[in-house]
Design a protein around this ligand. Structure first.
Ligand code: GDP
Length: 490
């Protein structure tokens, strides 16, 4: 049922204005080159400096990636507990992203890790969980970004290698930045400078929600200088850390140069890093054409994410219907004529919403829901492939309504480059979406930018030594409409 022609000439459009290299063959990963024709072209252009930096990172990944002598030497040193701060280990330092939580969280974590790697001249390796290679094509040519997996699950328990223990890591290490800072592994000089008593060969960075004061010092200049001397860093996060990196003094200038438009960081990096594999892309494009989403004049994407099993579904539906009505997201019957074709794409774990939404609008618009998985599953490649497909299908819509707090929705809006209408999350007990909300709170609000929200930023100003109001420190940082303590780039 594919109706688009095979790609003959690769143009600047297909390469997303220079974000992508031409070093991959078209057939190895069709989504790389076909993304552009399924998405409206956008006013956001990557800066020449960002493009140059990406090419430089690709060269670094090739020089130091798995299979190279430099990588073998760095792994050998890690396994034997040697740290090195000089360049004789091939000069390669690594950042390993540890797979953690649902797919949306993982994609935000990987994006954060990638940007941090770029800023600190590290090689990014992804412990993507079992199915990362089933979901995504390699982003860097002639190398792999996947952390080589050690043979057998037993190695996780018995191997002395820190890399083997990463598989299935659930946060239980003492070798974290936070612990090291508290345990006297660093010395503080009279003028306040910190240095390692003995630099460790590796360190975990705990940057997941609920992290402590000392782990949050990651966002300070002095601690960043310490981290520079550690050859292997293992990052454990479920968050979009990028706004926090913009608030970290040593990165500020570089980030402003890389991203003159600060509200398009995920838009560029997400389209650079994530390319669904051919089987996933086939599922996406086949559904897009066979459901006739492709032919619709206007596509409205609705992402429903209910975090609590006991949340009354009727309350969620009422909120959505009120949002669609108040924000005028669908044409009213009187203004519709026979030739207007409107399609609604619904993504939700439950099929309940699809049927009710069809009941609500069915006569006027076509309502599609690609899957209803029932519940979130873990380590299930087919389930994750469907989730990824739906993120991309949502990103092809003209208008988005998303559920607050959900990273799944952030990915869709970020790839689309569209500011969604965000439905705030009602308290679990609420039988009506208005319960527990501020009086007059609308059913949905327009997001202030296309960027994902960083849910748990550090409010600590390292130079001042106290907490600050994060939305007052820079004109390009604002609060999120859905998460009270969250911040985002605008
Ligand atoms: P978040 O929990 O909403 O922030 O998003 P995540 O993507 O991190 O985790 C939710 C996971 O639940 C997804 O990755 C999917 O595995 C599953 N899931 C949630 N909503 C949907 C949906 O609408 N469609 C599909 N196919 N899966 C979903």
């Amino acid at each position: 049922t594919r109706s688009e022609p095979m790609l003959k000439n690769i143009t600047a459009d297909h390469l997303l204005d220079g974000l992508l290299t031409t070093d991959f063959s078209y057939l190895s990963c069709r989504s790389r080159y076909e993304f552009a024709m399924h998405h409206k072209s956008s006013p956001h252009k990557p800066s020449p400096y960002l493009i140059a930096k990406l090419r430089k990172q690709e060269a670094l990944q090739q020089r130091c990636g798995p299979g190279t002598a430099a990588h073998e030497e760095a792994v050998r040193r890690l396994d034997s507990g040697e740290s090195f701060v000089d360049d004789d280990g091939g000069g390669c330092r690594y950042l390993v992203y540890i797979s953690y939580r649902g797919l949306g969280n993982r994609m935000l974590g990987i994006t954060s890790a990638f940007l941090y790697a770029v800023l600190t001249d590290r090689v990014l390796l992804v412990d993507g969980g079992k199915d990362a290679d089933a979901l995504f094509c390699e982003p860097f040519p002639a190398t792999t970004w996947l952390l080589p997996r050690r043979a057998g699950w037993l190695s996780r328990w018995f191997s002395r290698s820190p890399l083997a223990r990463i598989q299935g890591y659930e946060g239980g290490s003492t070798v974290t930045l936070g612990n090291m800072l508290q345990s006297g592994a660093v010395t503080v000089s009279a003028d306040g400078n910190v240095s390692w008593s003995a630099a460790p060969p590796y360190l975990y960075l705990h940057l997941a929600g609920g992290y402590g004061f000392h782990d949050k010092l990651f966002f300070c200049g002095a601690q960043q200088r310490l981290l520079g001397g550690v050859p292997w860093l293992f990052m454990w996060t479920d968050n979009y850390l990028v706004p926090g990196l913009f608030l970290t003094p040593p990165f500020r200038g570089e980030l402003q140069a890389l991203f003159p438009e600060k509200d398009a960081v995920f838009y560029h990096l997400g389209r650079y890093l994530f390319h669904p594999t051919n089987p996933v892309w086939n599922a996406i494009t086949t559904y897009y054409h066979s459901s006739r989403l492709a032919g619709a004049g206007h596509r409205v994407g609705v992402q429903i994410r209910v975090f609590h099993k006991k949340q009354p579904p009727q309350a969620v539906l009422d909120q959505l219907v009120s949002c669609v009505r108040d924000a005028k997201l669908l044409p009213v019957p009187e203004t519709m004529n026979a030739s207007s074709s409107v399609a609604v794409l619904v993504t939700a774990l439950s099929s309940w919403y699809h049927e009710r939404i069809r009941g609500e609008y069915g006569g006027r618009v076509a309502v599609h829901q690609p899957s209803h998985e029932g519940r979130q599953r873990w380590r299930d490649a087919a389930h994750d492939m469907r989730a990824l497909s739906e993120m991309y299908l949502l990103s092809m819509c003209d208008v988005l309504v998303t559920s607050g707090f959900s990273t799944f929705g952030y990915i869709a809006q970020g790839l689309a480059g569209r500011r969604p209408w965000v439905m705030p999350r009602a308290p679990i007990w609420a039988a009506d979406w208005r319960e527990g909300m501020e009086p007059g709170e609308p059913p949905c609000r327009r997001a202030v930018s296309i960027e994902p929200c960083f849910h748990t930023p550090s409010a600590y100003d390292c130079a001042a030594g106290r907490d600050v109001e994060l939305d007052k420190v820079a004109p390009y940082i604002s609060r999120c409409v859905d998460v009270k303590y969250g911040i985002k780039l605008v």
